[in-house]
Design a binder for this molecule. Sequence first.
Ligand code: MIG
Length: 652
Amino acid sequence: MEIPAQTGDLPFGSASKKDGGLCWKYALAKDDKIFGLGETMRGINKRGYVFESVNTDQPNQDESTKSLYGSHNFFIVFGKKTFGVFIDYPGRVVFDLGFAKCDELCVQIERADVDIYFFTCSKKAGALKEIAREFRTLVGKSYIAPKWAFGFCQSRWGYASKDDIEKVWKTYRKLGFPLDSICMDIDYMEDYKDFTVDSKKFPNFKDFVQRLKKDGTRLVPIIDAGVKKEAGYSVYQEMIAGGYDCKKKDGATFEAGVWPGDSVFADFLNPKAREWFGKQYKALLDAGIEGFWNDMNEPALFYTKENLKKTFVQLEQFKSKALDVTGLFDFMRIANSVCNNKDDYKSFYHKVNKDDAGSFAATKPDKDGKVLVNHYDIHNLYGYNMTRGASQAFKALNPAGHTLLYSRSSYIGAHRYGGVWTGDNHAYWGDILLSLQQIVSLNLCGFLYTGSDIGGFNANTSRDLLLRWTAFALFTPLFRNHSARGTREQEYYQFENPKDFKSMVQLRYALIPYLYSEYLKAAKNDGLYARALAFDFSDDKRACAVNDQILIGNEIMVAPVYVQNAIGRYVYLPETMTMVEWKNGKIAAQKKLSKGDHFIEVPMESVVFFVRKGKKLPLAKAAPCVDKIDWTKLNFVGDPKASYELVDLSSF
Ligand code: MIG
């Protein structure tokens, strides 16, 4: 259906119809900066490149990658005029932020049916924070993760049995590491079937869960979006019987291959299907599980049978040809196009209320007032709704409890239901910096509970990389060391002198009363836990351009070392600050430094951070798990005359 889109001048820039969709343009002033866009590649200031909102399972990220797992169409233009823009559109959006033309911002929305929100602030001082807050007033309060979810989590794709997990737990305990959780990746399931636990690999699972929990260590299982197609498997049977599955145009169930082989997909846009899927988590909650991570919910599709068939026909033609270079590349491109194929996304539908569908309706309403919507058009809402269903189910299934939930795929608004992790990064030095940049951009879009796989997911990590990475990540809410199957094992005890890692994990625990307080304050006041320096020092030109230092809460700044073999780094201080060096499990040095540039030496086993002017930072004594931290016995570093307010943690 054609809708009459508003074109012409908007409060900022102007809109016109283009390529069947809508194009919004804004002329950028020379020094304008662009903050936001959540989970994307590149710097904190996104100006100068082009990004796309198309949720994608992207295992080979590099600087040219335009889309990752989430779509977060909110950003702030900061400069001559300062304002926020939220492009509420569930499908493909392209953000050219001064790429085609240096001074032109151009957002191309695939169809003209879109809501564009602008946010302004009349005052210049504090405008960035105020605009971020206004945005959150619109999109809602942030999900709050339980306190234990700030503890250290060890994970790896490859823990395949109770023994594997027990070994991780025992080794960390033996070495005296704090540890709050261990993630269970897909191998815990029976044939990759969601909501099952392989009883051969995990005998007496419930007892195991309790035994670890008594020690302060929780197990956090993964849930994948694809559900195995298997007669007799109750989740599959119920999905089909209840009509909760995504269907093709002819009404047949949509099937695609993912880890379990042939799989089916719940129609998370249908409230009944969402509710039904949410209830499935009960099986694991009943075993004592208190946290989950939702994966593959872009949704990732390895292949469909239809597409494979077409692909084989195409590849067949290459058999008779002598393969030249161009032919070879065509051959590879065609073979690679099997995964996450656009035609597959276009081949299935969701059932929604006619009023919710608006111009996206692909059919006439049925007798219940429902219409079908093509998946492709609303692609970016799928993971969001999976997490939404789980979160709503937890409220009903576990009303007294507090369940940890984070998702790989998301859209604006998913921050109300859970956190996100930044997916399959690499054990590359640049990915430490990328993580810092993603975390501030995600915060700005409302996602406060975030973190990246420490040490890198893909590729082999090294001891120095893991140390430097940990020294940064210990300030991020999700503090999880995770790696891919087939890579070098990267639990901290796999390396020489694990005590150097232990010291850093201990700092994390010493900081938890602070980090969790700041996190709760940000969640309650629609504030930002992690943010760029520009948000607090908007008049300081140098501070506004800083791309590799961030503020964590209201009292500290961090400036990680992310270069191989560096002995330290230059740090820009926008005000006088107290530099704190943590080493061997305690504060090793404190020094007041003046505003300006400083070269700071950072030994490999040290963590250095900065307490802001007129502020003090509480530090607890490290404990084996979050529940054992004594929140009443705190030491302070920084300005002794300052005051610090811990939030009331009793209900968390
Ligand atoms: O296709 O479950 O991002 O964290 O370890 C890979 C296996 C599927 C992707 C997730 C990663 C997880 C992995 N998963």
